[in-house]
Design a protein around this ligand. Sequence first.
Ligand SMILES: N[C@@H](CCC(=O)N[C@@H](CS)C(=O)NCC(=O)O)C(=O)O
Length: 228
Amino acid sequence: MKLYGSIASPYVARVVIFADLKGIDLPMEPAPGGMGSDEYKAINPTGKIPALEIEGPHGKQCIAESTVICDYLEAAHPEPALIPADPLEQAQTRMIARMTDLYVAPHNTPLNRMGPNRDEALIEQQAALFAQGFHYIESFMGPGPFVVGATPTLGDCALAPFIVMLKENIFANFPEVADPTAGEGRLAEWWQALQAHPGCRKNLDHYAVELEKFLKWLREMMAKRQGK
Ligand SMILES: N[C@@H](CCC(=O)N[C@@H](CS)C(=O)NCC(=O)O)C(=O)O
């Protein structure tokens, strides 16, 4: 079994953290030919990372989509459970993963693409969208302190890398976009629980370091392209 991807992707980080918290040894390698390449599309037709390659009954099989990969890992290695058996708790953890993908992740790109000239109207619009997404998430979280209860589950693995990424490239650069983990709300309590959990803390610190390296490389490459 191996994972194609790079840890700098929050979707890859979701799977890496999930596997690590379950004690699964999951070797990772870059997508052959790079994301979106024909070579990689021969393995994962979407061209996106992550993808999990397993030995299936009919040879090598590819599993795409970060949450589906987590589902597979949970089914293949049930203990320790990271997707609760209780129907309500399972719905809660899945909602947080899904709402991260639908109502938080997409709002990042327009701000990242903004050049040196600040488009105040766009910033205001994206800030409102982020606030709405975080409101949805806070509304559906369980009693906590993690997204559902006393231990981390799928939703924590999905949301946490995005928060690390947004702290690095959005909250730091656009003060108009409020960091929901600052202050005293439910997401602040959640963030503190992650920091106090050795397994989560280790994984998130590792992700932050790898993300920073990737963003540095990206900034240098863009500066070169613009002839700076
Ligand atoms: N819904 C997918 C999203 C994965 C995704 O968008 N990955 C990005 C990297 S962060 C990617 O591979 N982008 C390259 C592309 O879209 O061609 C998942 O959950 O796995």
